[in-house]
Design a protein around this ligand. Structure first.
Ligand SMILES: [Zn+2]
Length: 297
């Protein structure tokens, strides 16, 4: 049969293709598939733990890369998002919508008018209420997904409390805006063997890298003690292009979800540098400084 596009295929055939794809990959039996209302009319409750839950995550459970086993791993996972500004709001939102079971949101600040340009969990009413970002984000996200346990921490991250912050989590996501805090996260996560995902943004550019302790390079391997990092431009001084924030946060979450599901990522061991204005994406291989890195060596 000649078709102009996928949409020319009769509806029943498209469903058949989708069904075969899922059944062949072992995520569902044919009976389970037909029980799902969208495709089969909903003959009975889907046997996966909590029919409601299955329906909520169906679009990602359908993915070969996720499946029911991956979704279950996300449900059991605990993540700390440190910093809930531009990166952190998008990161928290994506993690909660994806069904990560426990999300700790750490931020000391309250909302300012200039945040609304890119910090997607906040609005003008929140600005008027003058509540801390972490609490506001948790209130919003609880409405998005009540199955997720949300824990807002309104504190300034420092060497005295970082151990408590990362305690009990499986992964840390960087939503901070400075390298001092990132070095602290790096040292603590490597010491406790907790993977973490770094990202930074400024102007129209961003960088991201996942750190898996003693498997990939850590932040210290990559940056050393380069003094220029302390003076790197921030959104306060050079501005920030809203879309690059969302993009880098999405990249962070994509790598985070892979790590939580125990999936090997092609990006692990690499730093991804994006110039969104120029439309360039560069992947740089970063090697561990085995034996010489003071943090992970
Ligand atoms: Zn290192």
């Amino acid at each position: 049969m000649y078709v102009h596009s996928a949409w020319s295929i009769p509806y029943a055939d498209r469903i058949g293709v989708a069904m075969l794809r899922i059944v062949r990959n072992g995520h569902m039996t044919p009976g389970e598939f037909l029980d799902f209302p969208k495709y089969g009319g909903g003959r009975s409750t889907f046997p996966y733990r909590g029919g409601c839950m299955f329906q909520r995550y169906i679009r990602q459970v359908m993915l070969n890369e996720v499946g029911k086993a991956g979704q279950e791993r996300l449900r059991k996972a605990a993540v700390a998002v440190i910093g809930c500004g531009g990166l952190g709001t998008v990161v928290s939102d994506l993690l909660v919508r994806a069904g990560v079971g426990f999300v700790k949101i750490v931020d000391r600040d309250t909302i300012e008018l200039s945040n609304l340009q890119r910090q997607t969990l906040y609005d003008e009413d929140d600005l008027a209420r003058n509540l801390p970002k972490a609490e506001t984000a948790a209130i919003k996200l609880k409405k998005v997904n009540s199955e997720v346990v949300l824990e807002p921490w309104v504190i300034d991250v420092n060497a005295q409390n970082i151990e408590d912050i990362v305690s009990g989590v499986d992964l840390v996501v960087d939503g901070t805006d400075n390298f001092e805090t990132r070095y602290l996260i790096n040292e603590t996560c490597v010491a406790h063997n907790i993977p973490w995902v770094y990202a930074s943004v400024a102007a129209t550019c961003g960088m991201t890298m996942a750190v898996v302790p003693r498997q990939t390079a850590c932040l210290q391997c990559f940056c050393g003690d380069a003094p220029f990092l302390r003076q790197l431009p921030s959104s306060d001084t050079v501005g920030i292009w809203g879309p690059v924030v969302n993009l880098m946060a999405a990249l962070e979450v994509s790598e985070s979800l892979k790590l939580l599901m125990g999936v090997k990522s092609e990006l692990q061991g690499s730093l991804l540098y994006v110039d969104l204005w120029a439309g360039t994406f560069d992947t740089l291989r970063v090697h561990r400084r085995v034996g010489s890195c003071p943090v992970c060596g």
